[in-house]
Design a protein around this ligand. Structure first.
Ligand SMILES: [Zn+2]
Length: 306
């Protein structure tokens, strides 16, 4: 199963004290290489302006691509633009597009994108919450336009609500967005009452939620919604910051929980989408948890028949 990444991800320099740091991606790649000696690691291309403009305003492209900072400049309290950030953001978004093309080209049914910066907080016109471009939204919009799909599910198990992804698609019935997340927590969106045009399914979880209630919530509430929607493609916003070791949140998951959920999503993709599933790294800020969770995620993605 191919993994898309790009060296530019290491040049997005958020500064010495920042949780979303280059070491995250280095840890993921190192752990995957060690766990899977046959890892099929591929170069992620850069997204094109046209691909980005499907979900972003020209003003955000200007900010990210044309600022050309000589040092680090803050876009908000959490979000930094450095000299290498534009290229990293372009390749992060391009990874998802390439992965979608791959699973529709028939060379593989599943792919993982090991990228940074993450994307799910970025709205049409605002870079926020460590995110510059909304890479999973770029991938979804590409799938709709290029392949004429009418049903794409975006499954987001990052511990934070993907406010950007929800806002981009909350009036788009061809995209289903489902999220479990700690609440209350940044960015304070994602309540159950936020339903879009019936295409948004939010499952806020209280701090302290552990494996069993997490799995039950997915089994009883979210997985049946995906099954009923019958997506032609499953996209995953794979954040691993709901792990109990994560310093930014208070859920109590183990690596095995991410492996379990990934297996359930693979089964749904097999049932409805001819196996097509593309996963993209979002958050996860404890390096040891990130290593264990990404390996558990890949184990499940690499399982037969994909
Ligand atoms: Zn997160």
């Amino acid at each position: 199963m191919p993994v898309f990444s790009h060296a530019s991800a290491l040049d997005h320099d958020t500064g010495p004290e920042h949780a979303e740091r280059p070491e995250r991606l280095a840890a993921v790649i190192e752990a995957l290489r060690a766990a899977f000696p046959d890892l099929d690691l591929r170069q992620a291309p850069a997204a094109t302006r046209g691909q980005l403009l499907r979900v972003h305003d020209e003003s955000l492209l200007q900010t990210v691509l044309e600022s050309k900072p000589t040092g680090r400049i803050p876009l908000d309290a959490d979000t930094v633009l450095s000299p290498g950030s534009a290229l990293a953001a372009l390749h992060a978004a391009g990874a998802g597009v390439a992965a979608v093309d791959l699973v529709f080209g028939g060379d593989a049914t599943r792919a993982f994108c090991a990228v940074r910066p993450p994307g799910h907080h970025a709205t049409r016109d605002i870079a926020m919450g460590f995110c510059l471009f909304n890479s999973i939204a770029v991938a979804a919009a590409h799938a709709l336009d290029r392949y004429g799909l009418t049903r794409v599910s975006i499954v987001d198990f990052d511990v934070h609500h993907g406010n950007g992804t929800q806002a981009i698609f909350d009036a788009e019935p061809r995209v289903q967005y489902l999220s479990s997340h700690q609440w209350p927590l940044y960015p304070d969106t994602g309540q159950r009452s936020e339903r879009g045009v019936g295409n948004i399914v939010n499952l806020p979880l209280p701090p302290g939620t552990g494996s069993e209630p997490f799995r039950a919530a997915w089994r009883e509430r979210l997985l049946p919604e995906i099954d009923a929607f019958a997506p032609q493609l499953v996209l995953v916003s794979a954040g691993f910051d709901a792990h109990r070791r994560d310093p930014l949140a208070q859920l109590e998951l183990e690596a095995a929980d991410f492996g379990w959920l990934t297996g359930e999503l693979v089964a749904l993709a097999d049932r409805h989408a001819e196996g097509r599933l593309v996963s993209m790294l979002e958050g996860g800020y404890d390096l040891q948890a990130l290593r264990e969770c990404s390996v558990a995620h890949l184990h499940a993605l690499r399982a037969s028949p994909g």
